[in-house]
Design a binder for this molecule. Structure first.
Ligand SMILES: Cc1cc2nc3c(=O)[nH]c(=O)nc-3n(C[C@H](O)[C@H](O)[C@H](O)COP(=O)(O)OP(=O)(O)OC[C@H]3O[C@@H](n4cnc5c(N)ncnc54)[C@H](O)[C@@H]3O)c2cc1C
Ligand code: FES
Length: 343
């Protein structure tokens, strides 16, 4: 049975299908509610339930404390409606109020960026431009209602083909397909643009960016967008990877350091191969960033990548004076093992 979810104070409402999370239902109706990981860990989708009941078919998320639950707080990426709901939450209005769409696309080009990362260039049907903000992501819609999130790595002014960087996940349903079975010109379906991770153009504060692995992808889109706007605002990118070979775009970044006033790049390796020469930084990328910037009170910080890096950043960076409102992030959690409603 479906239920009606009403948002307050806007009064917008939509239908949630059986078994579908409230967040997925909202996105399906084009309402971009706050969220990031969609895995119940980052708390970005927390909201107050005014009336009605939700349940958590995958178990109550550990991030949601007993105190939160007693105060009728819910995590909408996990919560499924058991009744009609009234919820206090405002959909995010992105600049330009961009529509979320579902579209078919064709894999136009595939390129292996490094042993564990594949770049897919996706071609959308030609009739309308696909609008998005630099840093946002799309969901690839699989069969049986499953979906996989991938950030767009190219900037909106170069969106003839949408570029995504797919990291190989051992046993991963989509990445196994990409690395092993995908045929040239394969057809996919996507939904997007999604998320609130995008470059805030109304700030003039210096920017720090932190990417882990393919967390570099949305930061690349942001950098190219900032350069396109002609910004000379200081931007310092920290990119963490396991070994040198995983820094698959280092050459381009080093070229930008020479060409783009205000841009700096610091690669950080967590496990450099013993056989390779590396005189750069070693360790955790967030530790390198705070070692260089002990006081972050004047900065905006953008970070994307593995959940442990995001968690560490969210704890550590505000302790170094960063205003939490100036910390923008996308946590690259694994997709839920089961489908989130019909795709
Ligand atoms: C907003 C957002 C943006 C994202 N952007 C990108 C991006 O640009 N590029 C990118 O590569 N990824 C990105 N991700 C992560 C990506 O969506 C997931 O990794 C996705 O699940 C991969 O799909 P898959 O089908 O290959 O693997 P899945 O089929 O989802 O993975 C299989 C299962 O294996 C298990 N598993 C495998 N390895 C591990 C491990 N190391 N630790 C814990 N569990 C494991 C998990 O239970 C997982 O459910 C993003 C995620 C989010 C939320
Ligand atoms: S906890 Fe719901 S989006 Fe992260």
């Amino acid at each position: 049975m479906s239920f009606i979810v009403t948002l307050h104070p806007s009064g917008e409402h939509f239908e949630a299908r059986p078994g579908e999370s409230v967040l997925t239902a909202a996105l399906r109706h084009g309402l971009n509610l706050p969220h990031s990981c969609r895995g119940g860990s980052c708390m970005s989708c927390q909201a107050h339930i005014r009336s009605g009941r939700v349940q958590y078919p995958r178990g109550t998320p550990s991030a949601l404390s007993a105190v939160d639950q007693a105060a009728d707080q819910a995590l909408l990426c996990q919560a499924v409606a058991e009744t009609d709901l009234d919820i206090d939450i405002a959909p995010l209005v992105t600049p330009g109020d961009i529509r979320i769409r579902r579209l078919p696309c064709r894999v136009q080009r595939v390129e292996r960026l490094c042993p564990d990362v594949m770049m897919l260039a996706l071609k959308l049907p030609g009739f309308e431009p696909f609008e998005y903000l630099a840093g946002q992501y799309v969901d690839i819609l699989l069969r049986e209602g499953e979906r996989r999130s991938f950030s767009l790595a190219n900037p909106p002014h170069h969106s003839e083909l949408l570029e995504i960087h797919v990291r190989r996940v051992p046993g991963g349903r989509f990445s196994d397909y990409v690395f092993n079975d995908m045929k040239p010109r394969a057809l996919l379906r996507l939904e997007g643009p999604l998320g609130q991770f995008y470059l805030r153009e109304d700030s003039d504060r210096p920017i720090l960016m932190m990417g882990g692995g393919t967390g570099y992808a949305p930061l690349k889109a942001m950098l190219e967008h900032a350069f396109h706007l002609g910004w000379e605002r200081p931007i310092h990118l920290y990119w963490g990877a396991r070994a040198r070979i995983d820094l698959y775009d280092a050459e381009r970044l080093l070229a930008w350091v020479g060409e783009r006033p205000g841009f700096r790049f610091t690669p950080v390796l967590s496990e450099p191969d013993p056989g390779e020469t590396w005189d750069g930084r070693v360790g955790f990328v967030h530790e390198a960033l705070v070692a260089d910037y002990p006081n972050l009170s004047a900065h905006d910080v953008y970070m994307a990548g593995p959940p442990p890096m995001i968690k560490a950043g969210r704890l550590l960076l505000p302790e170094r004076g960063l205003d939490p409102q100036r910390l923008y992030f996308d946590s690259f959690d694994y997709a839920q093992p089961r489908g989130e409603g019909p795709a």
